[in-house]
Design a protein around this ligand. Structure first.
Ligand SMILES: C[S@@+](CC[C@H](N)C(=O)[O-])C[C@H]1O[C@@H](n2cnc3c(N)ncnc32)[C@H](O)[C@@H]1O
Length: 228
């Protein structure tokens, strides 16, 4: 499965339909999702993170919804000290294995949080929220406002989100409204004069379809910098 595949927020498995399954988007739900196989994402870092963070001087980074840790490992390899956090203990365990294999375990602190309930302490030079999508009552807007509050003066907030279905199935998520970068920016309610908008745009990401043929998928990027 591609790393960038959307988590299908409106799909239901049999257990959910029967009402006996885990709460959609909760810890048990995501642990179950990650337990379905030994790897559910590609293992590659997010292409927009790589593009947008490559020139940033390494400092303290916060990876929100780190999943299997590909972004965290990429950042740590570049010298960042990363606080990597996710609701799923299964994902965090797997991500820690990947960081150890990459020889960067000493640069990563793992924290389990349900961002609806708690959030990592501290301030960070980079806060990254890549594909921080979930199911059910996921308070993404509130979480992203908390994410902005965790950015240190001079630091960067990067929000990468899905913008629609892939080229081989453009109507895949026709019933979902993915916020545009401008909508995410408005949701952040950043104080006027305190932030600089560095990028707010949709990007077509090259990727292969399930049969290995070339395709694309649209992603939204918002990059803002807190003024020092
Ligand atoms: C679509 S995945 C993206 C994972 C990773 N960022 C990537 O791009 O490969 C969303 C991640 O957010 C995590 N997540 C969902 N709801 C969460 C919550 N309430 N608190 C913390 N993490 C959450 C999930 O466990 C999952 O790892």
């Amino acid at each position: 499965m591609s790393k960038h595949q959307h988590p299908h927020p409106h799909s239901h498995d049999t257990a959910e339909e029967s009402g006996n399954g885990p709460v959609p988007g909760g810890e048990e739900f995501w642990d179950g999702r990650y337990s379905e196989s030994t790897r559910i994402w590609s293992g590659n870092p997010n292409a927009l993170l790589v593009r947008e963070a490559a020139d940033l001087p390494p400092g303290r980074a916060l990876d929100l919804g780190c999943g299997e840790g590909a972004d965290t490992v990429w950042l740590a390899r570049r010298g960042w000290r990363v606080t990597a956090t996710d609701i799923s203990t299964v994902a965090l365990g797997r991500a820690a294995e990947h960081a150890a294999e990459a020889g960067v375990a000493d640069r990563v602190e793992w924290q389990r949080h349900d961002f609806a309930q708690s959030f990592p302490e501290g301030e960070f030079d980079l806060v990254s929220a890549c594909f921080l999508h979930s199911y059910g009552d996921f308070p993404r807007e509130r979480i992203l406002r908390r994410a902005a509050a965790a950015v240190a003066p001079g630091g960067t907030l990067l929000v990468v989100g899905h913008a629609g279905g892939p080229s081989w199935n453009p109507d895949a998520h026709a019933d979902i409204h993915f916020p545009t970068p401008q909508e995410v920016l408005a949701q952040l309610e950043l104080p006027e004069g305190g932030w600089e908008v560095l990028s707010a745009a949709e990007h077509l990401q090259p990727m292969t379809d399930p049969e290995g043929r070339p395709g694309t998928r649209p992603d939204n990027l918002l990059k803002v910098r807190r003024l020092a």
